[in-house]
Ligand binder design. Sequence first.
Ligand code: G6P
Length: 360
Amino acid sequence: SETEKGTYDHYMLKEINDQPAAMRKIIQEYQDEAGNLKIDSSIIEQLNNSDRIYIIAAGTSYHAGLIGKEFFEKWAGVPTEVHVASEFVYNTPLLSEKPLFIFISQSGETADSRAVLVDIKKRGHKSLTVTNVPGSTLSREADETLILHAGPEIAVASTKAYTAQIAVLSILAQVAARELGRDTGIELMKELAKVTTAITAIIEDAPKIEAIVKDYLETSRNAFFIGRTLDYYVGLEGALKLKEISYIQAEGFAGGELKHGTIALIEEGTPVFALTTQEKVNLNIRGNAQEVAARGANVCTVSMEGLDQEGDAYVIPRVHSSLTALVSVVVYQFVSYYAALHRGNDVDKPRNLAKSVTVE
Ligand code: G6P
């Protein structure tokens, strides 16, 4: 059944491997009979009647929201803010006239997010929940719901829900843009199919990523993830994943911020993962990689086909520049999985963590 791990050693490994099927399922679920991407018109109206989107989430779902901002702003043309739920509720910013609140939550049960939903409903604002669990609290209590269709996620460390969240947000933004007559310049369905193929290729490459873990993380106590723009956000997720299950102290940060503090932590052998999938910042991030390498860092560069250079540790297949997170994150999911496995940790049930946190 969907909730068994079958031949896989761990749920997390199964769920990483589920991602191509989840992508295909999402494309299928959000399609009309004519084969066009489709979302309920009430949701599109809600979005296109708003003057600003406030994305509210926690943990990995927050990181998916950071990528979602790209789609809403670039394609649908709606200014978008992304907030950590537990901060927003006690530190609410000045809201726009017609805000739309989008709650991103795998479980639909996160208490911090619910606290925001209760508060904004009292103020009369509109809400949409993007969740993997139909009938969950956040789904029942919001005006509208979009389902992730990723299938049950059992491992505490979220993997397929993150990629499903990004895919669903991209579809939402694309359909909203289409209804507004905006040309996004992307054939999303085709590009998501390419993403699916690329994820499959990385899954087949898992042994190569296991070797990277041996080279870079076998004895380290800490690790850094650098990137710029979308790759920065994926670095935040890569660092979170590594912390959660390997217990290696990890930090993700923007490449340009290195020199403003974090570079002081670089020592001989410090592992630094540098991600580069965005052409406009490829040379900048490679410069940042050199800066840390010159101070002794053990730099593991993950690049995208077309932007790759000799010496890169891993090259992901080329996909649309707005969608690279869906593919690059899979490399980091495997990095975390093998790092935890080699340390003998309980991959699916890391210490101190719960799958869904129902207290504020
Ligand atoms: C917990 C989980 C995280 C998850 C976060 C948000 O802390 O351990 O993996 O990202 O909650 O969960 P949600 O269900 O709202 O996406």
